[in-house]
Design a protein around this ligand. Sequence first.
Ligand code: C2O
Ligand code: CU
Length: 460
Amino acid sequence: MRLTRRQAVGGMAATAFLPTLPARAAGPQTLTAQVSDMQLLPDEYGRTTIWGYDGTMPGPEIRVSKGGRVQREFINQLPQATSIHWHGVRIDNQMDGVSGLTQSAIAPNERFVYDFKVPDAGTYWFHAHNRSVEQVARGLYGALIVEETTPPDIDQEDVLILDDWLVDTATGQIDNDFDAMHDRSHAGRNGNFIATNGVGGFSKSAKQNERRRLRIINAANARIFELRLDGMEGWVLALDGMPLNKPEPFGDYLLLGPGQRADVFVDITAETGEVAHLVSMIDDRAFAQVRFNVTGEASKTRRSIPAPLESNSTPNVALQDAIQLDLTMEGGAMGRLRSASLDGKRESFRSLISKGQFWAFNGAVGRMENGPLAQLERGEHVRLKIRNDTVFPHAMHLHGMHFQEVSESGQLGPFRDTTLVFGNQTREIAFVADNPGKWLLHCHMLSHAASGMTTQIEVV
Ligand code: C2O
Ligand code: CU
């Protein structure tokens, strides 16, 4: 039989081409959650066992451009089921990574392909979202950076993930009492070893007059970082990934609750041989969170005030058309909660405590299983009044959509995905429910989320 010319060429091409094919069919890159260890504490404590993505803490940075796509074949090599939440991304609901709500938890040795588009530029992060109170505390998080189409004018960029680790100083290991009653009923799990990107006393070298973009992420279980600048002048350009209309001078301090991020542009004003600092106030004492050792001069003069970052296309709320929702938070130590319903049954606070539950949303212990706080039509404009009737601050995080804080006078603030509500404070937020699915709304103080501060909003 004679081959036609087409068949011959096809055959030749195949044999000529085959050896150059990659050994493995090109699938998505993998990301593996695994038990690992690292030198977290000073050397004399030895290495600390952590859980990390690809065995590192923080996990590998994921960086894409605005409008790009993130694809990872996730492999769970942990002894526990897990999932990954892409915090702050206006994502497709099935990819939101909430075990028990948007997907089932990925069992040990199982895989799951995360594949989604990132509509907005900004500083985001990813973290475990099954038994987060344990898994995040063990180190399962990393930065997700979405770059602007038009890059801002800077000299350097620093991704700074802040955390406070609760370690047992006798063993040098992470304290494994993740469900401690005191943490659940009080301010949450606060650590005793402060680090940036897993390094205590993180330092970098810098130049006088250079402009650096600090992408600051608070990955702590519960700590609210109070940040100050020393030896540099700064402006806040974005909060929770979303650009401000106009850069705000940094001012005296910036509060960053768990889950929150800030993009701060700083000009190094310290001189050669000096050290500029990102300072955090820990128990009223200044702590050098990050040191910038100034080793020279980038230029003779400084730049002018930074221009705003290119904006994202987050929808603005029309307050006058918005429906009103209310969420009252009660409970915790020193609170007034006498009883609340748990799984449909009224129970005394004492009985709730015996079940490790301390908090209530609108009179019910807030759980993912409870059914939604609200069912909204797609596109509906919503204002949600969050009343904190407890003595503790809470960092309320809404998945899937960004909201704006509404001031007392009815002004809309910057877009955020996590808002700090202090003890006995009321905070109103507003958003357009434009992303269909079941979206978690919870306190990002992870011990609180595990003990009554979790609900969801459904957009149909
Ligand atoms: Cu960053 Cu539901 O979490
Ligand atoms: Cu809380």
